[in-house]
Design a protein around this ligand. Structure first.
Ligand SMILES: Nc1nc2c(ncn2[C@@H]2O[C@H](COP(=O)(O)OP(=O)(O)O)[C@@H](O)[C@H]2O)c(=O)[nH]1
Ligand SMILES: [Mg+2]
Length: 251
């Protein structure tokens, strides 16, 4: 049975938030017939995330679960890449562990792929869809960051950072194989690579409810993210040419 959809969830100390997320995903896909695999990537958590019980197959045998454990804390970029490269789906979604974009928003991204996009990225650009805001300060900081990213990397997207992105298999293989940034700047890097390789990227406004318990530290991580963006720029010429769609992971 070939996997239609893979869902990759990077998780760092998410023992508090992950159970509700797993339950929501189970509830959503139990009503559907398609074959789905969910891959949780535990990133060296110290709160027992890696030992959380995964849902039993029971009601939905077409839905399978896997937990990958990193050898220590390696970063969200590392974790998403690892999950995406191990996943076998025709389409691959990565989503934050707090499901800030509810899984019921997935059809919006899928519709963009139906219409010809290779990658559909969730976007927090439509104010009326934002159900719970971050602090005004964080939101503004996010906007400034996005504007800088647009400027430095020439990306035309309003929101590069949204943790809800769907790829077709060819795009996921090419982009994640080339991705180098393992911590915060990996989102802009993915988009930069996607455009470099000629994939069609569509930004799709999604419902977003900011969840408390965020682990991003605004100042420290903004500075690092910015450093990553400059590194992408510096490295721009050295990225490999788009990998040919062959080898074991290709279809
Ligand atoms: N793998 C990995 N994931 C992380 C790390 N820090 C945060 N995350 C994950 O990144 C996602 C978004 O983090 P969150 O704390 O909600 O940040 P927010 O973007 O401010 O809401 C969640 O799935 C987290 O588990 C980390 O160091 N490593
Ligand atoms: Mg969050």
């Amino acid at each position: 049975m070939s996997v239609e959809l893979s869902i990759v969830i990077p998780a760092y100390n998410e023992a508090g938030r992950l159970p509700a997320t797993l339950a929501a995903i189970t509830a959503y896909f139990t009503r559907q017939a398609r074959v789905v695999e969910v891959i949780v990537v535990d990133d060296g958590s110290t709160d027992g995330t890696g030992e959380l019980p995964l849902p039993a197959p029971g009601a939905a045998p077409q839905l399978t679960w896997r937990m990958l454990r990193n050898p220590g804390n390696r970063g969200k970029g590392f974790s998403v890449r690892r999950g995406m490269l191990e996943a076998s789906g025709e389409r691959l979604l990565f989503t934050d562990a707090d499901l800030s974009a509810p899984i019921s928003e997935l059809p919006k991204l899928e519709a963009a792929l139906e219409l010809g996009a290779d990658i559909a990225i969730g976007s927090r650009s439509r104010q009326e869809l934002i159900q719970a805001h971050q602090s005004r300060f964080r939101e503004n900081a996010g906007r400034v960051f996005n504007r800088l990213v647009r400027l430095i990397l020439g990306l035309p997207f309003v929101d590069t950072q949204c943790g809800f992105k769907l790829f077709n298999r060819a795009a996921a293989r090419a982009v994640f194989t080339a991705q180098r940034i393992e911590r915060w700047g990996f989102d802009p890097e993915l988009l930069f690579l996607a455009r470099r390789y000629g994939f069609r990227v569509q930004e799709v406004p999604v419902v977003w409810a900011h969840a408390e318990g965020a682990k991003i530290r605004l100042w420290r991580d903004s500075v690092r993210m910015f450093g990553d963006v400059l590194a992408i720029r510096r490295h721009a010429r050295a990225y490999p040419a788009r990998a040919a769609a062959s080898g074991p992971g290709a279809r």
